[in-house]
Structures are given as C-alpha cells and as structure tokens.
Design a protein around this ligand. Sequence first.
Ligand code: ATP
Length: 357
Amino acid sequence: MTICRPGKGHLMIQFDTVHKRFPNGTTAVHDLSLEMPEGGVTVLVGSSGCGKTTTLRMINRMVDPTSGTIRVGGKDVLERDAAELRRSIGYVIQQSGLFPHRTVLDNIATVPLLLGWGRRKARARAAELLETVGLAADAGKRYPHQLSGGQQQRVGVARALAADPPVLLMDEPFGAVDPVVRTQLQDELLRLQKELNKTIVFVTHDVDEAVRLGDQIAIFRTGGHLVQCASPAELLARPADDFVADFLGAERGLKLLSLENLADVPQGPAPEGGAWTLVLDEDRHPRSWRSTSGDTTFPVRPLRDGDSLLAALNESIASPTGLVARVDAQGALTGVTSRDDIHEHAARAHGTADVAI
Ligand code: ATP
C-alpha cells in the first residue's frame, strides 16, 4: 500500500484505506490512502480505467466507497448529506456540462440560486466571475453553443467557483480543447489558484499537464492501485519503480540532449563539480534537468516572454540547478538563463539590487 503524506499544512481531504468495488465486480479503487493538503493542487494521473474519476467522485459522494473512510475538512463524507456535500464542492468536467438552454450568466448562477441566494445577488456574483475567468461581460448573455470550447470551459470553472467552495474537483477539464488554448487555461488556473487558494483535485491523462499544475501528483496503475504520490520534482528525481519512471518518461517521448551540444544555448553554471543535462522532447520542448551522474533529475522552470522574472527567480531558487529554460510561445527552447542572470534582470526591473536569493 502506498501512503501519501505531504507532511505540512492542514489536510483538506483524506482517503484512509478506501476500496471501491462496483456491483458488476470491477474493483475501481484498491486500498487507497492519500492526503491532500489545503490550498494545494493534487493531480491524479494514470492510464484509462485506473480509477481516477472514481476516486474524484467519491470526494463529493457521486460514488460511495465500499470500505474505508474519506474525510473532507476533517469530516467523514458518509456522515454528510450527499446533495448538500455536492453543492459545497466545485465540480468541473471535460465537456463543461453547461445547461444548453440557459444563458452563461444563468449557468454560473445555478449553485448560488440552489443555495438560496437572491436572484440579483447570484447574477451579480456570476457577472463578477465572468471577469475572474477572463471572459467579456457580454458573454454572459450568450448561450453555451455560442462560445468556443475554451470559453465554455472557462464558464465551467466560473460555475464551479460560484458559491466560493473550498474544494474544486476537476475531471479532465481541458481534455477537449486544442493544445494552445489548453496551455492558456492551465496558466489561468495557476493564476486563479494563487489568488483563491482552493484545494484542487485535478484528473488528467497528460503527464505534462500534471507536472505543470500539480503540487503533488498521484500516479495510479490499472486496478485502482496508487503507485506513488509526491511532488513533481520528487517523482522525477526518485520514481518509486519502473512503472512510474516509464509513465513519466515514455508518455513524453523524451530524448536526451546535452547542453554542450546546443551551440546557441549558453552553458549554465556547473553545480558542485558536475553539469546538468537538459532533457528535451522531440519538439525541442525542455522537460527536465538531469545531473551528468544521472542520479538526480529536476523539472525545468520554463520562462516565456511576458512571464514575471521575479516569479521565475523564485522558482529557480527551489530548483538546485538554479537554471531557467527560456522558451518561445510554442514552448520550444530558445535559451538558458542562470539564476544569477535572472537576479540581475529582476533587480533591474524593480530598480533595486535587494532581491533576496
Ligand atoms: P478514464 O481515464 O478512462 O476516464 P479512470 O481512470 O477515470 O478512466 P474510472 O472511470 O474511475 O477510471 O473507472 C475505473 C474502473 O471502474 C474501470 O474499469 C471502469 O470501467 C469501472 N467503472 C467505473 N464506473 C463504473 C460503474 N458505475 N459500474 C461498473 N464499473 C465501473
């Protein structure tokens, strides 16, 4: 049994030896113990049918476990009224699940109205959320079919946030949109998360999406087995077994490319007598740094035009490589910047040299 214990902060969601067997005999979730800290993003990944959705749906009692305990905010979900619990937890699914015959504004106002808010207050809240998720005010009057797939997903997120729930469940919310819009939606979610500090449980098939969004990633194997749950850096550095290593690597079609072989890329500082190799995929998208001894790996901190240098600086501090990969709008590598370079830029951008490292 793999137990995931994040070790710091309050726990919002706890699975304790949870088992789910459907009446047809399928075991969807096997002996799951998993803890999700408050204000963190936990991503559930794994191949099709490995129990991700079932795990997610047990949190808001759309599915009940066969055995074991699930607590949300310290309370056993089975002791709560299922309908009330569902209204108190935001839920976003792949095809947005919007009501086709209601306007966008009315869609977003649905849960507040169910909770007994007055119509005026619910609609005012819906209008405010349109802006929060980056939609123009006039989108509120439209019907779902008059929006693009990406815009519909934004409405789905707004609707899930309407009653300001502490927990947001997201089941492949960006799975049906094209890659460019998908990246934008991921960026928006990260921005929103910083602002709203929700506890998010996010299901995806996509390892890159998982690494990008997850504070912790839970990797499942067929039969509903949790194999490993850890931060992206920890997973890349110390995969629990070959399954995890293959899952992280094979799904991304990784190719090793040494920094020294990239004539146009400045060499970063060599850490503690070694050097870091940048792992790129086939499209020259940087994926991770690997120490030349091969025993340590860290995720890449990509810096896109327009990204905050300070944010990149902060992130690079967390990475012992101290290196940031500069990428273009398509995510392909354009260069590498060392922590010191960024420090210099950041200090200049803010007119001070007092940026702490
Ligand atoms: P996907 O990535 O394809 O959405 P998943 O990892 O989310 O898959 P689940 O949807 O949780 O997987 O399903 C786990 C297993 O439980 C699968 O074998 C599935 O067929 C089975 N299952 C899910 N719901 C039911 C149900 N209501 N009755 C019987 N079996 C079910």
